[in-house]
Design a protein around this ligand. Structure first.
Ligand SMILES: Nc1ncnc2c1ncn2[C@@H]1O[C@H](COP(=O)(O)OP(=O)(O)OP(=O)(O)O)[C@@H](O)[C@H]1O
Length: 302
């Protein structure tokens, strides 16, 4: 389903008949066509459904509305960039989707589970099994080797590491780290360290990988390399990736970019052809959205 269709249905205030199923996907997948509500068949493609998401920080006298009724969806296998000026709400959005924070209002469904309602053991289990995280600072454990860092989520999961040998080999290969698996983080370049963080995020076969400024600490060569690995992973494994970034060059590797401003959806651009044309469209949108020069400098795609 296209985001435009999805929004049209929601903005026109159409409420689908209440569903017995716990899934809200069928409800969202109703569209108004010539006075009739028509069920869409492609709702099983939705992996992330964000609906009316609002986050207000701070005291009642001085509230900061970081997210303001944000609504969109991400399909399985998409590589989606989240862009917007500084303070637009990108990190807040990814924090709520990845269950690190909770919303003031609204819902987020990931893999048919309302993550905003999960608590305790079920939340911890969902986080471990369905989500992978990559941050700007790689958060590797310095006393563990590359191999041990990558296997860490399985250790926490109390799963037998021997069962994961095949998966370990796969993630080491797809991130280009096979020959470095016995090194310690201090013996790696920053680009290689970030790839270890990606491999660690992938080891549990998560439904969704959330990356917040993953190229933020990398030079342009290491950033390009990381983005190529992420693109390969997305294509080969159909891993759904949501990536917040300031950088048009980084975003040009995505299949779609969602722009937010002041916590609300501003626009989206879908890549349909060459990356250069997509990059140019992203730059144009950055100029349109403004933001008082808070965008980072960006480099030209190769
Ligand atoms: N814990 C918090 N308490 C109060 N305000 C917060 C908190 N976290 C974020 N904010 C505010 O919410 C708004 C959105 O912040 P957020 O970090 O999500 O934006 P962002 O788009 O990721 O920004 P940047 O690109 O600069 O990282 C900002 O105005 C920010 O100051």
């Amino acid at each position: 389903m296209r985001l435009g269709d999805f929004e049209t249905a929601l903005l026109s205030g159409i409420k689908a008949p209440s569903q017995r199923s716990s899934s809200i996907f069928p409800e969202i997948a109703q569209l108004w066509h010539g006075g009739m509500i028509v069920a869409r068949k492609d709702d099983d493609m939705a992996l992330v459904v964000v609906q009316g998401l609002t986050k207000v920080f701070g005291h009642r006298l001085h509230p900061v509305r970081a997210l303001n009724g944000l609504t969109f969806m991400v399909e399985k296998g998409e590589f989606v960039g989240i862009m917007g000026p500084s303070g637009a709400g990108k990190t807040t959005l990814l924090s709520i989707i990845s269950t690190i924070d909770t919303p003031t209002n609204g819902t987020v469904r990931v893999a048919d589970t309302d993550v905003t309602r999960l608590r305790g053991g079920r939340l911890a289990q969902f986080r471990r099994e369905q989500l992978g995280f990559v941050f700007q600072d790689f958060n590797l454990l310095p006393g563990l080797t590359v191999r041990e860092n990558i296997l860490m989520p399985l250790t926490i999961n109390a799963r037998r590491v021997s069962d994961a040998q095949e998966r370990l080999t796969e993630v080491l290969t797809v991130t280009g780290l096979a020959s470095l698996k016995d090194r310690y983080p201090r013996e790696l370049s920053v680009g290689q360290q970030q790839r270890v963080a990606v491999a660690r995020a992938l080891i549990t076969k998560p439904a969704l990988v959330c990356a917040d400024e993953p190229t933020g600490s990398l030079d342009s060569k290491a950033a390009t390399e990381l983005l190529r690995y992420l693109t390969d992973i997305n294509r080969a494994w159909h891993t759904t990736i949501m990536m917040a970034t300031h950088d048009a060059f980084t975003a040009s590797y995505c299949s779609r970019v969602i722009f937010i401003k002041d916590g609300s959806l501003f626009a989206e651009i879908r890549r349909s052809g060459e990356r250069q044309a997509f990059f140019d469209a992203i730059i144009d949108m950055q100029a349109t959205i403004g933001g008082g020069g808070h965008w980072h400098e960006f480099s030209h795609p190769d």
